[in-house]
Design a protein around this ligand. Structure first.
Ligand code: FAD
Length: 329
């Protein structure tokens, strides 16, 4: 009988693992939200498309470049290029140079995850509850409504550290590396304008403002350029300080900040919505020396992997997930 593996989380980490393991094991992926992608997701709303998490990714190591080559050939992954600037109130905008290709998925960031998910058994809208004591050699999984989701030999969590710690609770040793890792919050304001974008830039790194990044999402390849979709992301320290703020209050504040930064009147916007990422980016990125190993307790048959092992970058998560897949296989 094939080993039964439960993977919690359908982001790039969980789906990379699933695509590696499903020919050798009986894999089921559980995802609490209604779509695939996790922090690499795309929101479709009122005709607009917003990549409100991952903005782009780069490829530095040969293995990841090799993995991308097929998707570059098929057009699923394409380079996003154009004028990028530094923006600061009261100062002249400065042109920034991107020294390496910046890739996006087409037509939305979550399409790479959708590709990886092909042929895999996935249960969406299914939030797994903290694990209970093992029944013999098996883990019995339950969702938060206490429905049984089946028995598994191995459970792998790709949820952010705080959520994995809640899931694994007492089964995780006190000195497990994941316990030291923290992800910081980020807010993403999504703005849809009926007219096409009138500036020459496609993205701006913002200085001296709670806003850190503005992307003209509609300038990415394969998006509708007849209207404008903007994704505005905040600094992590601002988001941490305002993480419990009422979303209407935070939206008003960020909207006004955006208007004064870019000189836009958002009164005519067709769509404005704010997304709160409670767990967005790793507080302290690891270099090669300080990198954490994925968690894998062979005795208990519990494992976890994610950006907490390295850095909050798609390439790093993909590498770490492959590393854990090798250990499991
Ligand atoms: C705002 C923002 C901007 C970013 N920008 C970039 C960028 O430009 N470039 C880049 O390379 N990286 C970027 N990142 C980082 C990158 O998105 C992440 O490092 C990567 O997507 C993490 O993937 P993952 O699969 O490890 O985790 P996630 O994508 O977080 O996936 C974990 C999944 O687990 C699910 N889950 C959690 N608990 C449960 C449960 N109990 N039951 C079922 N499901 C559960 C969650 O819903 C989620 O879908 C950004 C992240 C954010 C938030």
């Amino acid at each position: 009988m094939k080993k039964r593996i439960a993977i919690i989380g359908a982001g790039i980490g969980g789906l990379t693992l699933a695509s590696r393991l499903h020919s050798k094991a009986e894999v089921t992926v559980f995802e609490k939200s209604r779509g695939l992608g996790g922090r690499m997701s795309t929101r479709q709303a009122e005709g607009f498309s917003f990549d409100h998490g991952t903005q782009f990714f780069t490829a530095r190591v040969p293995e990841f470049k090799q993995f991308l080559s097929t998707h570059l050939s098929s057009g699923l992954v394409q380079e996003w290029a154009g004028k990028v600037i530094t923006l600061e109130k009261g100062k002249k905008e400065e042109k920034r140079i991107w020294f390496e290709p910046h890739y996006v998925c087409v037509p939305g960031m979550n399409f790479l995850c959708k590709k990886l998910a092909e042929g895999i058994s996935i249960r969406l809208n299914c939030e797994i509850a903290p694990l209970r004591a093992k029944a013999g050699k098996e883990w019995q999984l339950f969702d938060k409504e206490n429905n049984s989701q089946g028995a598994f030999d191995l459970v792998i969590s790709t949820a952010p550290p705080a959520q994995t710690i809640r899931l694994f609770d007492s089964f995780l040793s006190v000195d497990a590396g994941i316990r030291q890792e923290k992800l910081l919050a980020c807010f993403a304001l999504m703005i849809g304008l009926p007219q096409s974008w009138r500036h020459s830039w496609i993205a701006a790194k913002v200085k001296q403002s709670p806003i850190e990044w503005i992307a003209v999402n509609s300038s990415k390849p394969g998006r509708n350029q007849e209207h404008t979709a903007l994704v505005v992301q905040t600094e992590n320290s601002w988001a941490e300080a305002h993480v419990e703020e009422d979303l209407t209050v935070a939206t008003k504040f960020l909207r006004e900040e955006m208007e004064s930064l870019v000189g836009l009147d958002l009164g005519g916007a067709s769509y404005i919505s704010l997304h709160r990422w409670r767990y967005a980016l790793l507080e302290k990125a690891h270099d090669d020396e300080s990198r954490e190993m994925p968690f894998f307790d062979r005795e208990l048959q519990l494992a976890s992997v994610g950006d907490w092992c390295a850095r909050s970058r798609i390439e790093d998560v993909w590498l770490e997930a492959n590393y854990l897949a090798d250990l499991v296989l």
